[in-house]
Ligand binder design. Structure first.
Ligand code: ADP
Length: 534
């Protein structure tokens, strides 16, 4: 049977558009194992994609059959994702660091036809996938072909699934977010309209491939005809190597979670001055602690900093330039207005749309780029894809984000926190972010995380902080006294622990569950209490 054909709204068609216009331009610049930089042109990337697609097509898979792609971001990984897209095979990305247990639960859940891993990665003895293969610059090699199946579909439609990304769990239990070609292509076209990146950009991507922030980088760079620059994990491990790589690769835009910048800001902020070509820093995934943000702006005066807000369920919702300098009294960041073609509406606890500036509500996102649903979980899907609160009779569904924001006078929004970070203490509602914001106003504190820890039948607030440089000291008594002056008694943390770094998830966000565990266990607490600020 003939190969399924992708419609115009296919991710492959959008991202390989530049191959026809600027075939010789580098699509990807990447470092090999020795750190030597290589350029892969749009023409070469397209050829590799076609090669992989021919092999995949030979397996006789049907539109909708899943392919798990285990890799770091690279030209070969991008070609693999695009080959899947072209044939209507939803890709499910996992990174090589994904623990076996998590990979196994993903494999069991999505029942892939193929598990393809990047060359050089060890084969894991997990028998769940039907077929297995490995891929690299030399081609796609099938080790165990999947069982032949009957092709029931002929065309790859805009509504077909492009990918499934499993959330990391910072927003509750991990869920498989199903995104259609239409959703992701519509989203990336909005980025083009908003001019997030241009053809002259070199866009560094730092997130693991399982996090959709990595797919965002690939999508934004290639759809703009720019150059994608994946940063290797080993280079992210040391500020000197990371900055050296970004400098040598002549990167103009960096994508990363806020914690990406913490080590360099603490240990050697002057290194940042080497990034003469850097024009923009796009962060997303969580709030950027204000003191760190100020420091980043001071050391990178030529770069604009953009706050990307949103969730995997729509890839992102808004991109807002952070004012430089940040006003002195600023405590929470603006998440502005939704990207082109989308709109954010605030809804209060009674279900009414918030129209009065200063009021807080939950963010509902209206967008043609929303996800299709959670993989195999109609109940969880129905809980967040809900009738439009403005006029439900249209039958249109919008995304209930679980995030709270305050309405500004110009209709812009400021982030307040996740609704599940709103906790009750002795009958009082406490916003964990507000306590964290107070702690980061202490002179040496640059980042803080507060959590509710079970203690002798009750729950108490405990805080962890990171100081601005190794060897800095925090006077805990004075810090608690400051909190007591600034906050109502029930919001003052029971204790403050200094850590060299906040515990992070695989995706680089603050891992509150792990922090709570550490602070809750008497052993963990003593470890934390005595942790040196190295
Ligand atoms: P997970 O963290 O479980 O993998 P997501 O990456 O989809 O799932 O997380 C989305 C959530 O991250 C948002 O709902 C919001 O709470 C938070 N978030 C994302 N970007 C920002 C931002 N710029 N500022 C504050 N919070 C953010």
């Amino acid at each position: 049977m003939e190969r399924p054909r992708p419609s115009a709204d296919n991710l492959y068609r959008l991202l390989m558009g530049p191959a026809a216009v600027t075939p010789d331009k580098p699509a990807v610049v990447e470092a090999d194992e020795s750190g030597v930089l290589h350029e892969i042109s749009y023409r070469r990337l397209d050829l590799l994609t076609q090669e992989y697609a021919a092999v995949l097509d030979g397996l006789g898979l049907d539109v909708g059959d899943r392919v798990v792609v285990e890799a770091d971001t690279s030209a070969a990984a991008v070609a693999m994702l695009l080959a899947c897209s072209m044939l209507g095979l939803p890709f499910v990305t996992v990174s090589p660091q994904t623990p076996d247990t998590r990979l196994l639960s993903i494999l069991r859940s999505v029942e892939p036809a193929l598990h393809a891993r990047a060359d050089g990665l060890a084969r894991r003895e997990l028998v769940e996938a039907d077929g297995s293969a490995h891929f690299g610059p030399g081609g796609l090699v099938v080790e165990r072909p999947p069982a032949r199946r009957v092709r029931r579909r002929r065309n790859v439609l805009a509504t077909d699934t492009a990918y499934i990304v499993f959330t990391s769990g910072s927003t509750g239990r991990p869920k498989g977010v199903v995104m259609s070609h239409r959703a992701i292509v519509t989203f990336l076209r909005a980025m083009l309209e908003d001019g997030l990146a241009g053809p002259d950009d070199r866009v560094a991507s730092t997130s693991p491939l399982q996090f959709d922030f990595a797919l965002f980088g690939i999508g934004v760079a290639l759809s703009s005809g720019a150059t994608l620059v994946p940063v290797r994990r080993e280079d992210l491990g040391s500020p000197r190597r990371m900055i050296g790589f970004l400098r040598d690769a002549e990167v103009s835009q960096v994508h990363g979670v806020p914690s990406l910048w913490r080590p360099v800001l603490r240990h050697d902020p002057d290194l940042l001055k080497e990034l003469e070509r850097l024009r923009s820093v796009v962060f997303a995934g969580e709030e950027f602690p204000i003191p760190e943000l100020r420091r980043l702006q001071e050391t990178l005066p030529g770069a604009r900093v953009v706050n990307g807000y949103g969730a995997t369920e729509s890839m992102a919702a808004s991109f807002t330039e952070v004012p430089n300098p940040l006003p002195a009294e600023q405590e929470r960041l603006s998440i502005g207005h939704a990207h082109a073609g989308a709109e954010m509406t605030l809804v209060d606890h009674r279900g009414e749309v918030v129209t009065q500036p200063g009021r807080i509500g939950e963010i509902y996102l209206r967008s043609p780029a929303l996800f299709t649903g959670y993989w195999n979980d109609p109940e969880a899907t129905a809980a967040v894809l809900v009738p439009d609160p403005v006029e439900p009779r249209h039958g249109q569904k919008v995304l209930r984000t679980g995030d709270l924001a305050r309405l500004g006078t110009g209709g812009d929004l400021s982030f307040v926190g996740r609704s599940d970070y709103q906790v009750q203490i002795r009958g009082n509602r406490v916003e964990l972010g507000e306590v964290e914001g107070t702690l980061t106003r202490l002179p040496t504190v640059t980042a803080a995380a507060v959590t509710l820890v079970p203690r002798s039948g009750d729950h108490v607030l405990m805080a962890a902080v990171v100081l601005d440089r190794p060897g800095a000291h925090l006077d805990v008594g004075a810090a608690l006294a400051f909190c007591a002056r600034e906050l109502p008694t029930y919001m003052v943390p029971r204790s403050i622990h200094t850590l060299p770094e906040l515990p992070l998830t695989e995706n680089g966000k603050v891992d509150r569950a792990l922090l709570t565990q550490k602070l809750a266990s008497p052993r963990g607490t003593s470890d934390v209490r005595h942790a040196t600020n190295a």
